[in-house]
Design a protein around this ligand. Structure first.
Ligand code: FAD
Length: 409
């Protein structure tokens, strides 16, 4: 019987150490930042970098990267438990250097980069001395359909000249380089083969940050970028000509699942808070926890979180075992994103006015949870792909069985 949900003692040790580190080091660091009024940028960075230094010293650094790159060499199943502990705090994944978008960019550079590109860009990302961004979405066309990308590059000798417009580029404000997806091919055999990826140093002449886009959770590092006659040396192409879509897809699978792992942490926090509040709030003759209406909210949230964990673990298992994971990651991404929103919403409900205030983290968590339903693949696009694969499974084999995780049930 190969199905076993227990962790080896070594992995359980890592999980416990991450939890302990988050409680003993990251949370107090975050509290110090929140409690210090007028904190200078230098002091702020000092606290942040101090947290990272401590994570490195105790060997909780780069859980997703191979050991030869200074990482912990964990697979995706193992990474799930690290992310689900680390993301109980806002800064946890960053402190462990496994946060979006650097984490996905590290995977991308590891698998697509030349040796020179790895040394120049992956190495400092792993060292934590550089930051990166991934620039694909454009305001003028639907980000859900990368075949519509309008930003263009044409070759001029040993260089590519790029013009275009991007927005919602997370981390661009702080990044030292971008992985930029633009159109290079006019008449590709497949519409998906029109785009290529380039590594762009920031700052570069021709790359201009127009603004950080103000969002419903504030102005927090998602930038609009104007690109005018940006010249990029030919050896800064990442992957081959026309492989931008392929590269984006291979990046997005694990990166989407890593989001799910972090969302599980957030959903669990919201459920913990929901139960705690229900056990401590008294109304109409009993505690909220004793009322059926509240128990239903707790039960629904518990079942959804359980499903979320199983789906993420199974999708991670498929990635680790080199099985086709596209549908499983799509299903997990869609389900966990929606469950996250519902669980936080219920927790706010149980907290009443307190939940709506900013005295608890719930309001902020709710604002962040909203983007989960359309960024990195909108709900409806995932549903479209899931349905296509289920229909194909049925027409190919006479059964939908392989489309439901290809499980032995
Ligand atoms: C917080 C945040 C961070 C982000 N970070 C990055 C980043 O770092 N880099 C980057 O390149 N982009 C980033 N994005 C952009 C994100 O990837 C896009 O928002 C996403 O791909 C959707 O594209 P769009 O916003 O253009 O929506 P559109 O593609 O215009 O879609 C809008 C809506 O149309 C519907 N829709 C679309 N297609 C279909 C369909 N086939 N069937 C039915 N309905 C459909 C869906 O409801 C969808 O939500 C970020 C976005 C957010 C909010």
């Amino acid at each position: 019987m190969a199905i076993d949900f227990t962790l080896t003692p070594e992995l359980e040790d890592i999980r416990v150490r991450v939890r302990g580190f988050v409680d003993a080091v990251v949370k107090p660091g975050e509290d110090e930042i929140a409690a210090t009024t007028g904190l200078s940028r230098q002091d702020y960075l000092g606290i942040l970098l101090g947290l990272r230094k401590q994570a490195r010293e105790v060997g909780l650094w780069l859980p997703h990267m191979p050991q030869e790159w200074g990482g912990m060499g964990l697979g995706h199943v193992e990474l799930a438990m690290v992310q689900a502990e680390a993301a109980k705090t806002r800064l946890g994944p960053w402190v462990l250097n496994c946060q979006a978008p650097d984490e996905g960019n590290m995977h991308t550079l590891l698998h697509w980069g030349t040796e020179e590109q790895k040394e120049q860009y992956l190495r400092p990302l792993c060292e934590g001395t550089k930051a990166s961004c991934f620039a694909m979405t454009e305001p003028e066309v639907a980000g859900s359909d990368p075949t519509l990308i309008q930003s263009r590059a044409y070759q001029d000798g040993d260089e590519w000249v790029i013009n275009g417009h991007k927005w919602f580029i997370s981390n661009a404000h702080r990044a030292n380089f971008a992985i930029l997806i633009v159109r290079t091919e006019d008449d590709p055999d497949l519409p998906q083969a029109a785009n290529s990826a380039f590594i762009v140093d920031i700052p570069s002449e021709g790359w201009t940050e127009v603004r950080e886009v103000e969002t419903m959770h504030g102005s927090t590092g998602h930038s609009e970028i104007s690109i005018e006659d940006l010249r990029v040396p030919a050896d800064k192409m990442l992957g081959g000509r026309g492989e931008g879509h392929l590269l984006g897809q291979s990046r997005l699978g694990p990166a989407r699942l890593a989001h799910c792992m972090r969302w599980i942490a957030q959903a669990e926090m919201a459920l913990d808070m929901m139960v705690d509040r229900a056990l401590n709030r008294f109304a109409h003759g009993s505690l909220l926890a004793e009322k059926q209406g509240i128990q239903w909210m707790i039960a629904d949230s518990t079942m959804e979180l359980y499903q979320a964990k199983l789906m993420v673990l199974h999708a991670a298992y498929r990635i680790d075992n080199k099985l086709d994971f596209r549908s499983e990651v799509s299903m997990a991404k869609h389900f966990v994103a929606n469950a996250l929103g519902r669980i936080i919403d219920r927790s706010i409900q149980v907290h009443g006015a307190l939940g709506y205030s900013t005295d608890t983290p719930l309001a902020n968590m709710y604002q962040h949870a909203r983007w989960a339903r359309f960024a990195d693949g909108a709900d409806e696009v995932h549903q479209m792909r899931i349905a296509q694969r289920t229909i194909a499974a049925y027409t190919d084999t006479g059964s939908t069985r392989s489309a439901t995780g290809d499980l032995p049930l």
